[in-house]
Design a protein around this ligand. Structure first.
Ligand SMILES: Cc1cc2nc3c(=O)[nH]c(=O)nc-3n(C[C@H](O)[C@H](O)[C@H](O)COP(=O)(O)O)c2cc1C
Length: 138
């Protein structure tokens, strides 16, 4: 079953928020790289993640913005394929840091490091061992 609307993106946000940790996969010169991430923000109908420009993950996204995200809770899991688009809007940086204040020890909206991306042309699939997969596009 496929759902295409604002309700869909909220379900994806809620899942990632509840899971607290998701895994972000990138490509580094043709090889896969994956690491834990936790930043997640839904703002103005866009789903954002945050990183630092100094990280390898940022360099990899600059070279190839197509990523996959995976999170799980209990017997369910969520996989998202998307393109990441950088958004330098100061307001979204402020919102992310206010939502996750522990980030403020490392980042500020006015440093040269804090980097926000939103997910574009995303396909998110909720799966579990007991139910049919459900796909959402946003
Ligand atoms: C639970 C958890 C959540 C994390 N969330 C983020 C995050 O949202 N953004 C980020 O840049 N790094 C986050 N990190 C740190 C990255 O996983 C770490 O910096 C990683 O090495 C980045 O990948 P890279 O080495 O390929 O650049 C998190 C680490 C943990 C353990």
């Amino acid at each position: 079953m496929e759902v295409k609307n604002a309700e869909g993106i909220e379900k994806v946000y809620d899942y990632l928020n509840d899971a607290q940790t998701y895994y972000l996969a990138t490509i580094d010169e043709g090889k896969p790289r994956v690491r834990p991430f936790g930043t997640i923000l839904l703002d103005d109908g866009k789903l954002y993640i945050q990183t630092g420009r100094s990280k390898n993950v940022s360099r990899q996204i600059a070279a190839n913005p197509f990523v996959e995200i995976c999170a799980c809770m209990g017997a369910s899991w969520l996989r998202i394929q998307a393109e990441l688009v950088e958004d330098n809007n100061r307001e979204v940086k402020v919102k992310m840091l206010d939502k996750m204040p522990s980030l403020k020890a490392m980042y500020s909206p006015d440093d040269d490091n804090t980097q926000m991306f939103y997910l574009k042309d995303a396909t998110a699939t909720f799966s579990s061992f007991t139910e049919e997969p459900r796909t959402i596009q946003f």
